[in-house]
Ligand binder design. Structure first.
Ligand code: RM4
Ligand code: MN
Ligand code: MN
Ligand code: MN
Length: 424
């Protein structure tokens, strides 16, 4: 066993008296601490199977060793995260990177670690070795009906795997688009994509959701056929009530007002999927909260406000997921940091004095409105987040347990120093 319950408990004992002081201090400052802690315990963020290895860049990859070599080992890695923070109770699979050989075995293993299967992801942005037709010029948008059919069939196969595992949603991210003006006809590319998505939609079980993810550019650099939230919303509105838009924080053009996008999608009842990460320039897939923590807080503020306005359940009505890639950090350490950043931003938006904010807005009191927002953002809620982890059976300080118990060193001993996880 790489990490036992006792090791987490021992470390918690050592840190307990200091934590208690911090927790008391912050609980005195806010009036809904207990309610916040309950919501934090319920809030689970899915970990993508492809974020457990070193992603690298197109210039190179510098793996650190001990990466998961199979789907079983990916589940074990997420089990470690979940044991440490109590908030990573779901896994998101990418097909064909994660084809389960025996779904029952995989399902049982995940259940042993307290994990459920979040959205399934299809992949029509790469050619697989045994594939008949190429996606070089797109998949669902392709001028050749046979290529479109291949992409549709693949998505239907992904749904089949998801059904076996107990997943309830499919995320479709398409790299389709064009790299040069004139390469394609925008309208025809859109209509072909819509027709293909409709065929996949028709194969959805009645209790499933389909998420259509948008992205401004990359790998195509002139146009993307699902390029922004307007285009995604157009597709999902035409598809029907089981189709929703997925927001990935890194998929916008610079300085886009993501919090406003989120608010309007929620208002329309069309937001259901979410990929957390952070970015300075593009789809950088950096650690959540590492570049723009205030933006993250503002997004959470809109999420909480919008979900409450629609009586939505914070924990279950949206599919929360991290979508990250690691160039220089240990992937597991990075994911611990990302989950912590998400919990902090969520807690801050839960302590925000919302009634006072509405009052300030109605009085056009801009200064007070800003003060209310920033007061919440500048409150150090880390002890509340730690208390939620403690009550969920996790570690007060996940990162230091990870390091002190030499988790990575032990994984390298078990799996070797030259490992490559499937994924990007
Ligand atoms: C894309 C997008 C998708 C993810 C792939 C690997 O940029 O974010 O969600 O499945 O990367
Ligand atoms: Mn994504
Ligand atoms: Mn991204
Ligand atoms: Mn991405």
């Amino acid at each position: 066993m790489i990490l036992g319950k006792e090791q987490i408990e021992d470390s918690n004992q050592e840190n307990l008296s200091r934590h208690k002081k911090n927790h008391e201090f912050i609980s005195d400052q806010i009036n809904n601490a207990e309610e916040v802690i309950k919501k934090l315990i319920d809030f689970q963020v899915a970990i993508p199977s492809w974020a457990l290895g070193t992603g690298g860049t197109r210039f190179g990859r510098f793996p650190g060793g001990g990466e998961p070599r199979s789907l079983e080992e990916k589940i074990e890695d997420i089990g470690l995260l979940h044991a440490l923070n109590g908030s990573s109770g779901a896994i998101s699979l990418h097909i064909p990177w994660d084809i389960p050989e025996d779904s029952d075995v995989i399902k049982n293993l995940a259940a042993q670690h307290g994990l459920r299967f979040d959205a399934m992801n299809s992949n029509t942005f790469q050619d697989q070795p045994d594939q008949k037709l190429s996606y070089k010029f797109g998949s669902m948008q392709h001028v050749d009906k046979a290529v479109r059919k291949q992409a549709v069939d693949h998505n239907i196969e992904v749904i089949k795997y998801g059904k076996e595992l107990g997943s309830k949603s499919l995320t479709v991210w398409l790299s389709d688009g064009s790299t040069f003006p004139g390469q394609l006809n925008f309208r025809k590319a859109f209509l072909n994509t819509l027709e293909s998505l409709r065929e996949v939609y028709a194969a959805l079980p009645p209790d499933w959701k389909m998420f259509v993810e948008y992205k401004a550019y990359e790998p195509n650099f002139y146009s993307t056929t699902v390029g922004d939230w307007g285009q995604s919303l157009l597709y999902t509105s035409k598809l029907g009530p089981q189709a929703y838009t997925l927001v990935d924080l890194g998929h916008h053009l610079p300085n886009a007002n993501i919090e406003q996008i989120v608010a309007l999608l929620l208002m329309e009842g069309k937001l259901a999927g979410f990929h957390f990460n952070d970015s300075k320039y593009g789809d950088d897939d950096l650690t959540v909260g590492s570049i723009k923590p205030y933006q993250l807080f503002l997004i959470f503020n809109e999420l909480v406000e919008g979900m409450d306005a629609r009586n939505m359940n914070h924990a279950n009505d949206l599919a929360w997921m991290i979508d990250a890639s690691h160039n220089v950090k240990d992937p597991l350490e990075d994911l611990l940091q990302s989950v912590e950043a998400i919990m902090i931003a969520y807690a801050q938006s839960l302590i925000l004095e919302r009634k006072k904010l509405v009052e300030a807005q109605n009085n056009n009191d801009v200064v007070t409105a800003q003060e209310i927002l920033q007061k919440a953002f500048r409150t150090d809620v880390r002890a509340i987040v730690a208390e939620a982890r403690l009550r969920a059976g996790g570690a007060l300080n996940p990162l230091s347990v990870f390091r002190n118990e030499k988790v990575r060193e032990n994984l390298i001993k078990e799996r070797g120093s030259k490992t490559t996880a499937t994924g990007l």
